[in-house]
Design a protein around this ligand. Structure first.
Ligand code: GUN
Length: 308
């Protein structure tokens, strides 16, 4: 929509929502992480390092991996990129994970998903050393998060909660509704919101009266992967809306454009605050991956957690 910029209050335009500027918030977080990386390197001779493993040549995954590696280098960290052919066997990938687990110079391991069909992704994730599991997908970290114990937690959910807290510093007692129950976003974001003392409802494709459930939400997290499914009249006036969707749709003149899971223009008129797509949750995912890598590097070297 022309004239709407991140961070702008839209009251002047007869609308109410503040746009949560994920791009700027993520850049600030990356700046603080870079400071911590410099301190760890000079004071302790520890330069946080992440191994990113890509199997095959899925174009979207290649873009993600390139973006991650660039952010890692910009923060002064070390990136070890390992590319394997699409024909790689499960045994070969397990052997690479074992090698990275053993390597003391590697603090974080990320195996890009999805994996080719001959590889069981659960097996691979379970083989990663939980102390190096910067995705927070290992069953031990999933269980620790669910038990309220310190854990490496998934990056996109962590970014969602950080963004919500920029406009509602305390989520205690708020009604939070999460749409989507994936292991990567829906389930862990529900756990993180619960840890913030929100009252959490986790909805999915079988949920009855989804619009009615969403209308109860003070915090609404949409992670369904369906373009603009959440309409303006699903949103409680003043709610904080966190849109995790990244959907490519045909725009005017056949040009592709990226939209979220929320009908943004409709939501602007009702919500109190909303993340844009692009420029909302996406940049926070990468910043949180850097944060998890620094946390892992500190823990593996018996140093106190980073102050960011
Ligand atoms: N593919 C899409 N999102 C992710 C993610 O957060 N981590 C990994 N490893 N793969 C992904």
């Amino acid at each position: 929509m022309p004239g709407i910029r991140p961070g702008m209050t839209t009251e002047r335009l007869g609308m109410t929502a503040t746009i949560i500027d994920g791009k700027t918030i993520a850049a600030q977080l990356r700046g603080r992480i870079a400071g911590e990386v410099a301190r760890l390197t000079s004071a302790h001779n520890v330069t946080p390092s992440i191994a990113v493993v890509l199997v095959g040549a899925d174009p979207a995954s290649e873009v993600y991996v390139r973006t991650k590696s660039k952010a890692v280098a910009e923060a002064g960290m070390r990136a070890v990129d390992r590319k394997l052919p699409a024909t790689t066997s499960e045994a070969e990938l397990l052997a690479l994970v074992a090698e990275l687990n053993k390597d003391p110079s590697v603090h974080g391991i990320l195996v890009q998903l999805p994996l080719p069909p001959q590889i069981d992704s659960h097996r691979i994730i379970s083989a990663i050393d939980p102390a190096k599991d910067v995705d927070g997908f290992h069953p031990l970290n999933v269980g620790r998060l669910a038990s309220g114990l310190p854990a490496l937690v998934p990056c996109t959910p962590l970014g969602c909660v950080m963004l919500a807290k920029t406009v509602r510093p305390s989520l205690a007692g708020l009604e939070a509704v999460v749409i989507g129950r994936s292991n990567i976003v829906g389930k862990p974001v529900a756990q993180l919101l619960l840890a913030e003392n929100a009252t959490v409802t986790l909805t999915h494709s079988k949920t009855r009266d989804l619009p009615g459930v969403c209308r109860r939400a003070d915090i609404l997290v949409a992670a369904i992967g369906r373009p603009e499914m959440v309409r303006g009249d699903w949103i409680k006036p003043g709610a904080v809306v966190i849109d995790v969707g990244i959907n490519r749709v045909a725009g005017e003149g056949g040009k592709a454009r990226i939209v979220g899971d929320v009908a943004f223009t409709e939501a602007l008129a009702v919500a109190g605050a909303i993340t844009p797509v692009p420029g909302g949750v996406g940049p926070m995912t990468i910043a949180c991956l850097l944060l998890n890598t620094v946390r892992a590097a500190c823990a593996l070297n018996h140093l106190p957690p980073p102050a960011v």
